[in-house]
Design a binder for this molecule. Sequence first.
Ligand code: HAM
Length: 422
Amino acid sequence: MTHTVECLKGMRDLFEEDLIAWRWVETVFARVAQSRGYVEVRTPLLEHTELFARGLGAATAVVGKEMYAFPDKKGLSVCLRPEGTASVARAVIASGKTHTEPFLRLYYGGPMFRYERPQKGRQRQFHQLGIEVFGLKSSASDCSVIALADALFTELGLKQRVRLLLNSLGCATCRSAYLARLKEILLPALETRCRDCQERALQNPLRIFDCKNDTCRNQNNALPKLSSHLCEACDTHFKDVKTTLTALGISFEHDENLVRGLDYYSRTAFEWRADGLGAQDAIGGGGRYDGLITELGGRPTPAIGFAIGVERLLIALEAAGITPPQKEAPIAILPLDPQSAQTALILERDLLARGLTSVTVNLSETSLKSQLREASKTGARAAIIIGEAERSAASAIVKNMATGEQTTVSMTDLLAHLLKKI
Ligand code: HAM
């Protein structure tokens, strides 16, 4: 026997039973974003590898270890996007929109790829729903972005189960002074740290705050924190963010260890954590990235955004026992012979055209018993049975699937009967 070809590790096939909740969160997200004036953007899955190397930072785990990068047929290094922000920023620069539309609010969704070790809530192909705002620099704009996610969690019924962690990563000036100070403390005592932190201390010292090793974490507690070394402008910005969030009734925790895994952030950074996910409990994250557009060759443009991981959001919803609203139960048309199949197709077309939203025709050519079983499996609220006798009398048998009651109804009265009685 030939072997079967399996799905790649860390990737999944999605069937209808998975997609019901999936479509629901996508729809709610699009509605929440559109109702606040956001418009959609879609960018390619494949980009120049350089985009992410420059945009996210060469010393980040995403760029250093996790990118699906490979040469294309002409030897050009291309990469499956590991995240959406750099792609959207590139698209905005390339389209000239930073010149023509000084204030841009965009939302997006789709697959991202990171070569990570798969575990619960961590996949190699995962999906994000995100927003990116360009041209706004105020603390109020940071809060409006956070408020949008808050509205999404509220609409999904998840708000009480999500914690918002907040920090400030300062600007280029105050952060580089702080990093110099941090290195001075870290370098003489490097050997007391885990191997990863030894590397981090040299390459990207802020990232030591991400370490999961207990010894390193204990040492981190004693280190000076970036949010206590902000310049006056960054300090005021951060205080204003906290005041406005409080005024909006959005609770948060200031987490001095929150540094985020990508290098483009400046000032406000945040993450949402939820129950039921185990180690991978960040269901979303984001922050301000005022330097990215210039880093990618565009003109100076402040920016902020976030992305939510769809798979993790769905795990959190399931853990909370939250299910999507039920869709309308279908009307199932069951033809009992080939000629009745034709009548059934005409009836399906007419019922849908006259306002019913869910009608199915069973074309399996199986017995009435098995067609009724199938109708009941799909949750049909009524079955319309058409056989030779019904056809010649221009009628149909309508079976109420909840009560089992059967009525013969003429074709002309069928719609009225379904609307009134079922
Ligand atoms: P991120 O924190 O790397 O940020 O990813 C955002 C979310 O994507 C995470 O909180 C998580 O829910 C989900 N995620 C990340 N990696 C995986 C994975 N391997 N498997 C499953 N889910 C995952 C960003 O990507 C930034 N672009 C967010 C942003 C937008 N910042 C500003 N604008």
